[in-house]
Design a protein around this ligand. Structure first.
Ligand SMILES: [Zn+2]
Length: 239
């Protein structure tokens, strides 16, 4: 009886969070019963392919779909830190549990689709349809082949999640607060104070001069409480 063939996988420290604690910090052997893709072997240990920046097999650059037959040594690196400033802000699709994060992102000016009615299939379809980055805390979603860009959101609290996404994607220079509806995800339009005055609470009418309106839901926005709070969160994110 020969030992079953294995491939030996070494992960960057930045990927250790996805591994069981006992497997961190040293090479891990994965059984290869029959030809198995590198993606499958990596994900069998808990690391979703979207978090992999690159890999080598026996010292040569390789791809996630390359087949393993046993006896290989793999080195797996994490997604590199984003260049900040990123040349262009990505568009996002957030999973059903990340509604607060989606709203924060929109308030910061980023395009983030989200629906409370989405199941996993609908989320993935929306992301694939216009090349959006999937934001989720569900590793199962990130294992899907159709999901080519995604991030496992580490933070649990929504403001910390916003700070994390801004940092991870190098978005500090791309912030456009006061430009997108937090409910509809559509760009706001400028509107004169005269046009909306009758609709404003008295305090707002006295304090603010610049207003924008959502062409979808007709909500009126001014640089009030939401934006001060957002600025504070983002200041913490860049600190
Ligand atoms: Zn709206």
């Amino acid at each position: 009886m020969g030992a079953r063939p294995v491939a030996v996988l070494s992960f960057d420290a930045a990927l250790h969070r996805f591994l069981a604690p006992a497997r961190r910090g040293r090479p891990v052997a994965v059984e290869i019963d029959r030809a198995r893709s590198a993606k499958d072997a990596i994900e069998s240990l808990g690391v979703p392919h979207t978090e992999v920046g690159g890999l080598s097999i026996d010292g040569r650059a390789a791809g996630l779909e390359d087949l393993l037959r046993g006896g290989e040594r793999l080195a797996i690196s994490a997604q590199p830190e984003a260049v900040d400033p990123a040349p262009e802000a990505p568009r996002f699709a957030a999973d059903v549990h990340l509604g607060k994060l989606a709203r924060h992102l929109r308030l910061a000016g980023f395009d983030c689709l989200w629906s409370k009615d989405w199941d996993d299939d609908a989320l993935v379809a929306a992301a694939v349809a216009d090349k959006r980055v999937v934001l989720t805390r569900d590793i199962g979603i990130l294992r899907r082949r159709a999901v080519t860009r995604g991030r496992f959101v580490r933070a649990v609290e929504s403001e910390a999640q916003l700070a994390e996404v801004v940092r991870a994607f190098g978005l500090r220079a791309q912030l456009r607060p006061f430009s997108r509806c937090r409910e509809c995800n559509v760009p706001l339009e400028n509107v004169s104070k005269d046009d909306v005055e009758a609709l404003l609470p008295e305090k707002v009418r006295a304090l603010y001069t610049r207003f924008r309106r959502c062409p979808g839901c007709k909500r009126i926005y001014w640089e009030g409480t939401h934006f001060e709070r957002l600025r504070a969160v983002l200041a913490r994110a860049s600190g």
